[in-house]
Design a protein around this ligand. Structure first.
Ligand SMILES: C[S@@+](CC[C@H](N)C(=O)[O-])C[C@H]1O[C@@H](n2cnc3c(N)ncnc32)[C@H](O)[C@@H]1O
Length: 474
């Protein structure tokens, strides 16, 4: 059984498995039609003349379109009826809307248990100190949802895959009294996590009475890397050691907040491989880092696809470029277009113009020479270039290379790159939905009840879909 939260419809519409496979096939066909757009990296825009790839009527249309109107392509609601678009684009937008999983979160109170400790005047800062607003938002929502899962599917503890410094585990352990066993491969993060736990406990002693702390469960932080081929028995043995369990008489849930790349697929396999694991909640990220048959042909298993249905379909491959764009923040870009934030919108053109200069000098260094540059107001191309090559061997490049007719021409065409990037972003939810559908199907093929739903504000946290699964009661 699968439920997809789409357009704020009531939850839990039962979807027939065959209909669902049909939807996935249609999504893949649509993706194939626009492969030329999805696989075209914006960095290569000038080098590979991506503009010429657009149908001529699109080029004409966009040359005359005020930039702020472009944001229409990135929103599903509130269409401006006065605007006209090429027919093909209208159909594409409609299809994307029909096929993709909604990115709008539902009302949080519908599906979660709130945590009073996060509101405690003296202690709440222990959960938020040096934690970015994005992470605070994620931790709050994710912990509420995990606590509800724990309530609905009682387990002895929860295992957090890729726990980082343990923000989620801390809220679950101290806020909800749930025992959490964290797997994190970076030891320094685990050390930091233990320090924060200790500090929180000493603050709690000062500000809470015993009856308010006796539910506390200090998280256990294990330094261990979980690989695609880690066997369930190895994994369970680490848990038994960490929690000092004598036998296998326990049940647990598995969670992951942005487990990068293959760690998401690994936690799904572990969930299916361990009968003692009863529920699964995770929000994935870095889809481009997953292994595929194309990137790792010799590997036995891959991050994508996971389902037998897509593994049997030779047309199911998603390129690195397509998976990468599916991680970008389309809502933030929409807002920049809407308010005409040209400073930010020009950045891609600076980068693509710089790439053309570098590749002209060093053709073998495509995609690998430029550092990321944080936008600063009023930055011109020279300044951008210097920052982008700072600390690299290109720092010494003759600055005369920067002022040439070609670069001036490229920079003048910055709006074209905004159009092109917007069109790619429009397709991003299609790619992400295919990845999520594949995950769902994989879990469903293994008899789980699955649901996928947007839970974070996409403007704060662009990877905002949770995949939740439970196994049938035996
Ligand atoms: C994007 S961070 C998320 C951290 C944390 N869940 C949070 O939301 O703050 C992913 C974490 O997973 C860890 N990680 C990545 N691959 C791993 C693996 N194969 N085994 C264990 N930990 C891993 C990384 O070291 C990193 O701390």
């Amino acid at each position: 059984m699968l439920s997809l939260s789409n357009d704020l419809k009531p939850f839990n519409p039962r979807v027939n498995l065959e209909d669902f496979k049909g939807k996935l096939n249609v999504s893949l066909r649509l993706l194939k039609e626009y492969e030329w757009l999805l696989d075209a990296y914006v960095l290569d825009f000038f080098l590979d003349d991506h503009w010429s790839k657009l149908p001529e009527n699109w080029q004409l249309h966009f040359e005359n379109l005020p930039l702020e109107h472009l944001c229409e392509l990135l929103q599903n609601d509130h269409q401006n009826e006065k605007l006209t678009w090429p027919q093909e684009l209208i159909a594409l937008k409609r299809n994307i809307k029909e096929l993709c999983i909604s990115r709008t979160p539902r009302n949080p109170t519908d599906n979660s248990l709130p945590c009073p400790l996060l509101e405690h005047q003296k202690l709440k800062h222990m959960f938020t100190k040096r934690v970015k607003p994005k992470k605070q938002h994620e931790i709050r929502r994710m912990s509420e949802i995990c606590a509800l899962s724990h309530h609905q599917t009682p387990v002895d503890f929860i295992v957090d895959f890729g726990a980082g410094v343990g923000h989620l585990a801390r809220v679950l352990g101290y806020g909800f009294g749930i025992q959490v066993c964290c797997f994190e491969m970076q030891d320094e993060l685990n050390q930091q996590a233990r320090e924060i736990d200790t500090k929180l406990e000493s603050m709690a002693v000062k500000h809470l009475n015993e009856s308010e702390t006796n539910h506390f469960k200090r998280p256990v932080h294990l330094t261990q890397r979980l690989e695609s081929d880690t066997q369930p028995e190895q994994f369970l043995s680490s848990i038994r050691d960490a929690l000092q369990l004598k036998n296998n008489d326990f049940r647990f849930g598995i969670v992951g907040l942005h487990p990068c790349g293959n760690l998401g697929p690994t936690l799904m396999r572990m969930f299916l491989g361990c009968p003692l694991a009863k529920f699964l909640n995770f929000v994935g990220c870095c889809y481009q880092k997953m292994t595929t048959k194309i990137t790792h042909p010799r590997n036995q298993v891959h991050g994508y696809p996971l389902s037998s249905f897509l593994n049997d379909n030779p047309e199911s491959q998603l390129s690195y470029e397509a998976r990468e764009i599916s991680c970008h923040a389309m809502e933030v870009y929409h807002d920049r277009l809407q308010v005409g934030d040209y400073e930010h919108l020009r950045i891609h053109s600076l980068r693509a113009a710089a790439e053309r200069i570098i590749v002209k000098e060093f053709p073998h260094l495509r995609h690998c020479a430029l550092r990321n540059v944080k936008h600063s107001p009023g930055m011109d191309f020279n300044e951008y270039f210097q920052k982008a090559v700072q600390g690299t061997r290109f720092e010494a490049l003759d600055s005369r290379l920067l002022s040439n007719q070609q670069t001036e021409e490229d920079l003048k065409n910055w709006k074209r790159i905004v159009v092109f990037y917007t069109l790619r972003l429009m397709l991003a939810p299609l790619v992400e939905s295919i990845i999520l559908y594949d995950r769902c199907l994989f879990l469903m093929e293994n008899d789980c009840d699955v649901r996928i739903e947007a839970i974070f504000d996409p403007r704060l946290s662009p990877r905002n879909h949770i995949t939740m699964a439970v196994k049938p009661q035996l």
